[in-house]
Design a protein. Structure first.
Length: 305
């Protein structure tokens, strides 16, 4: 799930991961070692739940793990495995049974020349691009992908809800990492897809600060960034698919797909974009453990009493 524009998010994630690990009491050492990191329930079958080395992904993995435990199965957690080159072989070999993934980025991993960008198109293409022993369950509406954001005041002053609405605004300044200027969803994409003309400002890791200060009017921010909530930003919708959709989706061992679908599809049906941001706020700003965040989310959404 990494792009050049991910630097700011990874810098934020590095701090939060350390805090999440300390609070959650995650085991040290290789997460793919043979020793179980956690298990519970009296079920005879053990489901191995993995996570990427990213605090937001670990929260979703913990929600999955607790939901599976609540269904009466034993869970072994192998969190903070790393990036796709580390955890996908573990899934393909059966060492890990399920991990939260992101549709667009996973599609591009298995099919680098994929041209689909809209959510449903990406999901359909992904299902046929996977190795034969893997499957994806139902995708959530929650995403972790590039997006364009404005302040609430700027949105209200200019009547903005969609990227398309920017076409009626003069003098728009777009902020983001330097690489954004050459990305297909950068200034050239805005003009060709939406007819929006912008001036670009390379703001690097200070993009959100620049937006708050009014130095730029529009900022490239990942949709699950907790600052969207904490700084009251407005994420502009993307009806024409300028950005590659990357919805949260469980990637599972195909032999377990029917069993896990009964448990995890209802979970993903309740996992919204705003809800994922809220979970990340609890991790980053409130410094809560993934286990506590997941437990409260499951109760709040009616999965536990």
């Amino acid at each position: 799930m990494f792009t050049a524009l991910n630097k700011g998010r990874l810098a934020l994630g590095a701090v939060a991961v350390g805090a999440a690990l300390a609070l959650a009491g995650c085991a040290s050492g290789d997460p793919l070692s043979s020793e179980p990191q956690a298990s519970s329930s009296s079920g005879s079958e053990t489901i191995v739940v993995g996570s990427q080395a990213y605090y937001s992904n670990e929260i979703i993995a913990e929600i999955y793990a607790q939901a599976i435990e609540n269904a009466g199965l034993t869970v072994e957690r192998k969190f903070q495995i790393g990036q796709r080159d580390a955890y996908l072989p573990a899934l393909e070999s059966g060492e890990v049974d399920v991990i939260p993934e992101y549709t667009g980025n996973l599609l591009q991993f298995y099919k680098p020349d994929a041209t689909e960008t809209k959510s449903d198109d990406v999901y359909k293409a992904l299902a046929s691009a996977l190795p034969t022993n893997l499957a994806v369950l139902e995708q959530a509406s929650a995403t972790d992908q590039d997006s364009y954001n404005v302040t609430a005041a700027y949105a209200q002053a200019n009547g903005l809800t969609s990227i398309a609405d920017l076409a009626k605004v003069q003098g728009v300044i777009l902020g983001g990492n330097a690489e954004l200027e050459e990305r297909p969803y950068g200034p050239s994409g805005l003009q060709s897809v939406y007819g929006v003309n912008v001036t670009f400002s390379a703001t690097g890791d200070t993009t959100v600060d620049a937006l708050a200060a009014g130095t730029v009017n529009v900022a490239n921010v990942y949709t699950a960034d907790p600052r969207i909530q904490s700084q009251n930003l407005v994420t502009l919708t993307d009806p024409k698919g300028l950005f590659l959709a990357s919805n949260v989706v469980p990637l599972v061992n195909k032999d377990l797909s029917s069993q896990l679908a009964d448990i995890l599809n209802p979970i993903d049906a309740k996992l919204t974009p705003e809800g994922l941001v809220e979970l990340n706020v609890e991790s980053v700003d409130q410094q809560r453990s993934s286990a506590d965040i997941a437990k409260d989310w499951l109760q709040k959404n009616g999965f536990t009493s």
